[in-house]
Structures are given as C-alpha cells and as structure tokens.
Design a protein around this ligand. Structure first.
Ligand SMILES: [Zn+2]
Ligand SMILES: [Zn+2]
Length: 359
C-alpha cells in the first residue's frame, strides 16, 4: 500500500502534524501524540530504512505504474475512494472524506528526502502574517487588500536541494595606484604598478534551490533562507495534514547548477578581497571545487492566491519556518516609489563620475 494515513490510537481518527506543538493532533478527540506514540501502526511505514526501498514501491502493479505515469490514482486509506493526483504529489487530502493522505510510494528510493524542516507556523498564524505583510506595503491603497479576497491558503512541503562545498581559489592581477601632488607650478603624478596575488579556501554552506520545475522559482526562492540547523531526519508523519510535492530535478543537474553558482560566488569573494587600487586588471582567476555535498530536503511553504480587484490573481509564498513573504503587487501601485529609486541611481552615477568608487 503506497497511500498511508496516521491514525489516532484512541479513536482511530486521522492525525495531522500540528506546527504549534510539533506533535500529532487528532482533530476528532483533540488528543496530542508524540511521534514515538504512534510508531508501530500500519500507518507508520518506517521511512528511515534508507537502504531498503519501500515495499510500497516494490508492490506497485503494472496498472498502478501506468496510472502513475498518466497522473496517478490511489485508494484512500480511510474511505477507499479514488484519489487522482499529479505525478509529483507526495501528500494530499481525500476529495471525498477530506482526510490527509501521504503517498509514501512517491517518496521511496532516490526520492526519499534526507531531511525535512517541519512547519513552525500554523494556518491561522500564516493568515495573520499575510495580512500584516499586505498592511505594511507602502504605496498600496487599502482597497487592494480585502481579507475576503484571500482565496486559498495552502501549506505545502516543497522539494529543495541544498549544497555545501569546499572550494579553492586563486587570483592574479595587476593593480595600479596613483598619487598626484602639486609643487610650484608643476603637477606631479606617480604611478605604481603592483603584482596582486590572492589564494584562499572558500567554504559554501547550505545553498538552496527549488527542485520542482513546474513551480514559480521566484516565489520559491524569494522566501529563502531557511535555518537548516533545525532540519530533522525525514519522516512521513510531518506531511500529514499538508500537501507535499516530490522533486523532478535530477541530482546531477542540481549538482552542476550548484557548482557553477558556488564558483561564481567564490570568484566574487576573491575579487572582493582586493581593494584600494585605482585600477585592477584581473589576468587570471581560477576556482577549484570538490564534489560537494548535495542534500534533498522538504521545506515548509504557505502559499496564498489573492484575487485583486483588477481581476488579476496574485500569488504569494511564505517561509513556513520564519514567516518571510514573497510576492508581487500590481505594477500601477509601485509607481509612487519610482522617483526615489531614480534619485538613487542618479546619485550613484554622480558618485561614480566624481570618482568616489575607484574601480
Ligand atoms: Zn482521536
Ligand atoms: Zn477518503
């Protein structure tokens, strides 16, 4: 069986993960349980057996396989009704009995996440934070925001890859310093040429990237960072009561994206360590990187769709651990702040022209 639900030991009702208490809550008898207390149930497919692929995957019949490829069909563990899902769905709700269902078969083998950051912000708190976010926006007329237009709020675990790596960098350049002074009627210019060399170790830690192609990358990466020190070993139980999506980005694809990203950051860092020259001509900048450590992690995201009065649907995302929000507002409303940005750019230009920045 590759669709599971977690049952209350008291009343057999469905359990959901409760962010406020970090326990499992029965919505029928209002009991709370620790993870250990619901172990050993049929529901608790032990997902931690890393080397053994889950039996759920092994038992998949030809029929099920075909269904999976076409957008799969599962049987609800509570009422037996058919649950039709997208190919990447890993946790959802039964359309008929509304009980939470975790599709454990989707998270087996190479698709078993290494870690998960459980939701720390529950639905009510998330709504409140979205409201605060809207209210704080400068230049947005009050009429844009109306609580009733908050259409749909969903808690979703999205798949991300994280990457840490050790790089070595080397930079060779020619730097020039100039000194100008007056003596009598003469202006003297002294030009000194320096050989500049930099070498160093650069450690990149916990870069994160969205690992699902169909999502909006701006919304998914605009709410980074997460505090990965709070990540837990992956457990299916955390998904109960939320939606979840598995990754469709491959490990090697992710690794090469991270490597070039880490390399670019290392170069910027190395270049930034050289300063004080009137001009700098970089002749050589090499970065050597080790293989690096890739980790597949489920991160909690609240998503909101908002129906604007102009008829447009706006999308917002919130980091389910820190409450950081990302999303766009109608372009018209952003105009009032444009002059300020322009002034900034003009000032910057004058400073550059005036030689405040030497390189
Ligand atoms: Zn119960
Ligand atoms: Zn059902």
């Amino acid at each position: 069986m590759s669709a599971i639900s977690f049952k209350c030991p008291n009343c057999d009702g469905e359990l959901v993960f409760d962010p406020a208490t970090q326990k499992y809550k029965c919505e029928y008898c209002c009991s709370y349980f620790q993870r250990e207390e619901i172990n050993g149930q049929g529901a608790a497919d032990e997902p931690k057996a890393e080397d053994a692929p889950e039996t759920a995957g092994a038992e998949e019949s030809e029929e099920e396989k075909e269904a999976r490829e076409a957008g799969a069909v599962y049987a609800c563990p509570s009422c037996g009704a058919e649950i039709v899902t997208d190919e990447t769905t890993a946790a959802t709700f039964c359309y008929y009995c509304h009980n939470p269902v975790v599709l454990s078969g989707r998270l087996s083998g190479e698709f078993l996440p290494d870690r998960v950051i459980p939701f720390a912000i529950d639905k009510e708190a998330a709504k409140q934070k979205f409201i605060e976010f809207f209210r704080k926006q400068k230049g947005i007329p009050r009429s844009f925001f109306n609580k009733k237009q908050m259409k749909k709020i969903s808690g979703i675990y999205f798949p991300y890859f994280t990457y840490s790596s050790h790089l070595k960098g080397r930079l060779e350049a020619e730097g020039i310093k100039r000194r100008v002074w007056m003596q009598g009627d003469y202006e003297y210019t002294e030009k000194s040429v320096y050989r500049v060399e930099r070498e160093g170790d650069i450690f990149v830690k916990d870069l994160a990237k969205n690992a699902l192609t169909k999502t909006n990358h701006v919304l998914m990466e605009g709410i980074l960072p997460y505090d990965l020190s709070e990540a837990k070993p992956f457990d299916m139980g955390y998904l109960s009561g939320f939606l979840a999506e598995k990754r469709d980005v491959g490990e090697s694809e992710a690794t090469s994206m991270f490597q070039s990203d880490a390399g670019a950051r290392a170069k910027t860092h190395l270049r930034g360590s050289v300063w004080g020259y009137w001009s700098l001509d970089v002749e050589n900048c090499e970065i050597f990187s080790e293989k690096g450590e890739l980790s597949y992690v489920f991160l909690p995201v609240w998503t909101l769709t908002y129906q604007g009065k102009d008829g447009t649907t706006y999308y917002y995302s919130m980091n389910g651990q820190t409450g950081k929000v990302c999303g766009k507002f109608p372009v018209d409303y952003i105009r009032p702040i444009l002059p300020a940005v322009l002034t900034g750019i003009v000032t910057l230009f004058i400073m550059i022209a005036g030689g405040c920045f030497l390189w």
